[in-house]
Every structure is written in C-alpha cells, then in structure tokens.
Design a protein around this ligand. Structure first.
Ligand code: SAH
Length: 349
C-alpha cells in the first residue's frame, strides 16, 4: 500500500501506469489530492473502476482535527491534528498585515533535547510523512477558508532531522498544480544540523533558513542546546555563511531571551561580534515559559536594552511579537497538554 499523497508528479505518473491507467490520469489525481479530497470517491471525473484500483494499491493520508483554540487577543488559531496511528501534532494559523502565515510540525516529538522547549520532552516518536505535513496546510485552509501566503517549519520537530520527507514536502507544496506556495514564502527553522545545512544549500530550493542560535558562545549554547556539543557555534556560522553564499538568502537567527542565561550584556556584545557584517536578521523572542523548565524570560525593559546593544553594533534586529499567548500557541505546549490529559485518562498518544 502506497501513500499516494506523498508522491511527486513523476512518481504518481509511474504509479498510475503501473496499475494499467493512462499517464494523464496522474495529473487529475494530483489535483484532487492537493485540493484536499479525503476519499477516492470524491474524485468525480475518475471512473468508479479506476477509483477502486487506486484504493486497492494506495491510501490517502488524512488528519483529523483533534483540538482547536482561537486566541481572543489576536485571532491566532492553534490546531492539534491527529493521524491514523493516533499521533498528534500542532499547527498554528497567524494573521499578519502582509498575509496569513502558518506554522507546521515536521515530526511527532523531537530528539534535539533543547532545555527550554516543550516539544522535546517525550523525545522523538516518529517522522512525519510529506503527506502529513501537507495535511496540516490543507486542514487549516479548509477550516479557515483563507489563503495561506507563508509557511514556517517551526512547529514540533527538527526539519533537518527528517530531511528527505521535508524536501519532498517543500517540492510538493510548491508545485504549480498543487498549492503553489513560493519557496521564498517558506522558512525552515533548524537547531543547527550543519551537515544538513550544507546539503540544503545544494538543493536549489531557496527557502529562508532560520537558525535557532539562542547563544553566541559554546559554553552557554552547550547548556541549553545539546546539538551544540556536536557542531559548535563557529561551525554553525560557517555553515550559515555557506548557505548564504549559495542561495543569496539572508539567514534569520532566532534568539529566545532567557533570564540570567543568554541575556547578559556580555552575551549581547558577543552576539554582536559573532554576527557583525554577516547579512542576517536577528529575531529576538521573549522565552515562553513552559511547565517543564525553570527558565523564564527577562523583563520587557531589559529585553529592549539587549536589543539596543545589538542595534548600536549595527545588527538588524526585531523583537518578535508573541502571538496566541492565551492559547499556549508556543512550542509544543498544546500537544504536551493533550498527552498529559490522555495520560490522566490512561491513554497514550
Ligand atoms: N527544531 C527546529 C524547529 C522547531 S522549534 C528549531 O530548533 O529551530 C521552533 C522555534 O521555537 C525554535 O527557534 C526554538 O528554539 C523555539 N522555541 C522552543 N521553545 C521555546 C520557548 N519555550 N520559548 C521561545 N522559543 C522557543
């Protein structure tokens, strides 16, 4: 049985021919799948006989909406989608002046072990298939009835730890006969898997690379991000420079301010030195407190001072507006709540 929605147009074409159908059938099926059909019977321009052949050899991955929360503050919507095996992932819909943006998950759980992140608490459960990433996009489009202009791969999971499926998803969602979302409107966020950053640079898919830096020196970064013990800050920056040299896409560095850990004046100066002259953007984020850790964000005043130091040193910095705080829209928190609730009920996810 094949996951038909994860197939590229070429694979789909091969597949329909392998079951004795003409090649043009592939384009029809692709259009239906990316238009969001949940069952072969919805493919009304395809004969019943052909539909049953398709069903015999393949299946359509779907996601059920397990929970939905709408922020009263800013209209941000948080979804919990459940797949056939019961695993759940989170996705978020955000409305901005420049269009609608969604944040999707790439893995159920995560194995990166960042000390401040709720997504990593139960470890990695499994990779998501390309079709399961698409389903999050399609599910949100269907529910909101709105156009999606931007996608960020910043939900649960490390996209570069699920490399092949993520690349395939990017190509599928970009397909002109599918959702046709431009690569330049897609951001991929990584904790910094350097070897994969080099690989991504060669793919000829100009997505924006967001790098979760969170500390300018190995001592601090090792403490909060175990991945740093493997690659280290200078190797990471080198990989980012390479990515820029190949794609001409400015890197976006994420920096979540954690009180007393990475928000000192010294850290601001080190960060300025580290990134000085590099064509990049720094996104400062107030840490979202999670129940699993004791880390907390600094005061707004101090965060503004930190930003000021970076600006004085010529860096391009913004403080990210926090969206959907009232619905625990940040970072794996809804999924953790669902897992905790299921554990209380004696279920597992
Ligand atoms: N694994 C990828 C993408 C998922 S995490 C990565 O590390 O980039 C998405 C972003 O949320 C990352 O920048 C991550 O560091 C950040 N994040 C995780 N937990 C957070 C928290 N409690 N507060 C603020 N940002 C957090």
């Amino acid at each position: 049985m094949k996951d038909i929605k994860s197939m590229t147009p070429d694979e789909l074409s091969e597949f329909v021919q392998s079951i004795g159908e003409p090649q043009y059938r592939a384009a029809q099926v692709f259009k239906w799948l990316h238009g969001g059909v949940r069952d072969f019977d919805e493919m009304t321009n395809i004969s019943i006989k052909t539909r049953s052949k398709l069903r015999e050899h393949s299946f359509i991955v779907t996601a059920e909406r397990a929970a939905k929360q709408v922020s009263k503050k800013d209209g941000t919507i948080k979804y919990l989608f459940a797949f056939a095996d019961g695993n759940c992932v989170e996705s978020v819909f955000m409305r901005y002046k420049h269009g609608n943006s969604i944040c999707i998950s790439t893995q159920a759980g995560c194995r990166m072990g960042c000390g401040f992140c709720a997504s990593t608490v139960g470890g990695l459960i499994r990779n998501l298939a390309p079709s399961e990433m698409l389903e999050q996009v399609i599910g949100i489009m269907r529910d909101t009835g709105e156009k999606i202009t931007n996608i960020v791969l910043m939900g649960t999971g490390e996209p570069l730890d699920n490399y092949d499926n993520v690349i395939r998803f990017l190509k599928l969602v970009n397909d002109k006969n599918g959702l046709n979302i431009g690569m330049r409107h897609i951001s991929l966020s990584t904790s910094g898997l350097c070897d994969k950053i080099y690989r991504l640079a060669e793919e000829n898919i100009p997505v924006t690379l967001s790098v979760s830096l969170h500390a300018p020196d190995d001592g601090t970064r090792n403490k909060i991000m175990p991945v740093n013990r493997k690659y280290g800050v200078s190797r990471l920056i080198e990989a980012c420079r390479y990515y820029y040299s190949r794609t001409s896409r400015r890197i976006s560095f994420e920096y979540a301010l954690i009180s007393g850990v990475n928000d000192t004046r010294e850290a601001a100066l080190n960060l300025s030195r580290l990134l000085s002259g590099f064509p990049c953007h720094i996104n400062l984020i107030m840490l979202n407190k999670t129940v699993e850790s004791d880390f907390s964000p600094p005061s707004r005043d101090w965060a503004r001072k930190f930003q000021g130091i970076l600006e004085q040193n010529g860096l391009n910095v913004t403080m990210r507006r926090s969206m959907g705080e009232d619905i625990s829209a940040a970072c794996g928190q809804l999924r953790r709540k669902a897992i905790a609730a299921n554990e209380r009920n004696g279920l597992t996810t």
